[in-house]
Design a protein. Structure first.
Lengths: 140, 71
């Protein structure tokens, strides 16, 4: 099966507005990814520096998930304020996960400006599903 | 890097606290730096070299898995 390229006058790449939206999306993705990398790397360094008792032996208890991570806001703020690193890693991971959600949100506005209502509906449905997944709780 | 589809499942794991940050952190750093370097290098590397490297990486991963399985 061969796919024929679209005729030049229908190529969305030629539309300067489409091009602009693509550039905005690409910079959002780039900024999101690099900021999260920065946070995760800083968090890891802080985590390793914070506790000199961490050595090759007990590091395994952390990577195996045996060390419980606090789930309360109080724990989070304390960890953040005392520069223990774990909360920074979590913020970075959250940003990494939130970046594509942001990208979908921008796409909705982009399609709305192009008055492509079918794609506005479809993209909005994707966004709703993504947001639902943030509130899903497993049964256990 | 996380795509739109992966974000849906990652969000479930994240909000349920099933992501171990001390595993996810090095993985995320490696993936982000590796993907950036890889996409920049790929354009000017010969296909045969990439193929050989790919085989070596997969083979070492396979040996590692086998080793862990037999222990």
């Amino acid at each position: 099966m061969t796919s024929t390229p679209p005729p030049p006058h229908l190529d969305p790449e030629d539309d300067p507005r489409t091009r602009r939206v693509e550039l905005i999306i690409s910079s959002v993705l780039r900024i999101g990814v690099w900021t999260s990398l920065l946070l995760i790397a800083a968090g890891t360094v802080l985590f390793l520096l914070h506790d000199s008792r961490i050595n090759g032996k007990n590091l395994a208890t952390y990577t195996a998930g045996m060390q419980p991570i606090g789930r309360t806001l109080q724990w989070f703020l304390h960890d953040l304020a005392s520069f223990q690193g774990t909360s920074l890693i979590l913020i970075g991971l959250f940003l990494l996960i939130a970046t594509p959600v942001l990208r979908v949100t921008i796409s909705i506005f982009a399609f709305a400006r192009q008055r492509d209502w079918l794609f506005v509906t479809l993209t909005a449905a994707v966004l709703v599903l993504l947001l639902i997944s943030f509130f899903l709780k497993n049964g256990t | 890097m996380i795509g739109v589809t992966a974000a849906a499942s990652a969000a479930v794991y994240f909000t349920n606290g099933q992501i171990v940050p001390f595993i996810a952190a090095p993985v995320a750093c490696g993936v982000l730096v590796g993907a950036t370097l890889g996409s920049k290098l790929m354009g000017r590397t010969q296909v045969s070299i990439i193929r050989i490297l790919f085989v070596l990486v997969l083979a070492s991963a396979a040996v590692q898995m086998l080793w862990k399985g037999f222990q």
